[in-house]
Design a protein around this ligand. Structure first.
Ligand SMILES: NC(=O)c1ccc[n+]([C@@H]2O[C@H](COP(=O)([O-])OP(=O)(O)OC[C@H]3O[C@@H](n4cnc5c(N)ncnc54)[C@H](OP(=O)(O)O)[C@@H]3O)[C@@H](O)[C@H]2O)c1
Length: 261
């Protein structure tokens, strides 16, 4: 029975790079995203470049009926998922109360609820099978309060805590859980959120999605709880523990305010 690596948000940025990295290792892929055409192009490229089986599932992770249909389809087709990569996500930037509620609600649906539902459904399948690996994509932003990206920072904080907690529960059932916390990574993520990436970090500190994917897939072999690619991001991840919380809030607020385009 084929064991698939399911990747959400595989049409762009980190998800696309992860798809190439897993395909390079010969994994059969089950790719999920909203844009059917981009998904078909991605799948065709992966099949041609790596000779692997690629299944496509169009799904809007902001829509609960669409997520339930995705899960029902996986069960109906008896697809075995060996690795679940919950990567899809997006940010809103600016004052929380000035954003549309629809955008903030969609953010929670994609970054939190759908990710959690997939952990529940596929994690359950893995637990019954006695093995599997879940990788949830959070962010170093999840280690600190994030004024002017408040809902995004809170959503990523949720993902870190959920992942660490499930890791302990599911270890007893043979299922591994890791959480990836990238720093600034060059992708369409910033333009979609109206953030000027060139102001977010100096050019040489911005990682490429390919580098993040290489480090992540290699690290997964060792089953770490938390993957923070590159030493400078590791420093940013522990920095919030070193100073007073009020100072952290002020520093992050001023940084975020300056990068909102
Ligand atoms: N870039 C960074 O600096 C950075 C840093 C830390 C963490 N992250 C996290 O890394 C993950 C990937 O980000 P990225 O930088 O690669 O962003 P990206 O280039 O914008 O890619 C986002 C992916 O998610 C999919 N997606 C978005 N909304 C969706 C929805 N409603 N339903 C289904 N799929 C959806 C998109 O596909 P479709 O448009 O086809 O649906 C796309 O494939 C996110 O969780 C992000 O929060 C990014």
């Amino acid at each position: 029975m084929t064991a698939y690596t399911l990747i959400t948000g595989a049409t762009s940025g980190i998800g696309l790079a992860l798809a190439h990295e897993f395909a390079r290792r010969g994994d059969a892929l089950l790719l999920v995203a909203r844009r059917a055409e981009a998904l078909a192009d991605t799948a065709a490229t992966l099949r041609a470049q790596h000779g692997v089986e690629v299944l496509e599932r169009v799904c809007d992770l902001a829509d609960s009926a669409s997520v339930s249909a995705l899960i029902a389809g996986i069960e109906r087709d008896s697809l075995r998922v060996a690795r679940l990569i919950n990567n899809a996500g997006f940010a809103t930037a600016g004052a929380f109360v000035d954003q549309s509620w629809q955008a903030e609600r969609d953010l929670l649906m994609v970054n939190v609820l759908s990710l959690t539902q997939l952990c529940h459904a596929i994690g359950g399948q893995m637990a019954r099978a006695g093995g599997g690996h879940i990788l949830n994509v959070a962010s170093i932003t999840g280690f600190m309060p994030g004024p002017w990206m408040s809902n995004y920072a809170a959503s990523k904080s949720f993902v870190i805590i959920l992942s660490e907690s499930l890791r302990e529960e599911l270890a007893e059932r043979g299922v591994k859980v890791s959480v990836l916390c990238p720093g600034t990574t060059r992708s369409p993520f910033f333009a979609k959120a109206n953030i000027a990436i060139e102001k977010a970090a100096p050019d040489k500190l911005i990682m490429s999605p390919e580098e993040v994917a290489r480090i992540t897939v290699a690290a997964m072999e060792r089953n770490p709880a938390i993957i923070v690619p590159k030493w400078r991001n590791k420093l940013l991840a522990i920095a919030p523990r070193l100073g007073p919380r009020w100072l952290l809030r002020k520093v992050v607020a001023s940084l975020h305010k300056s990068v909102v385009a």
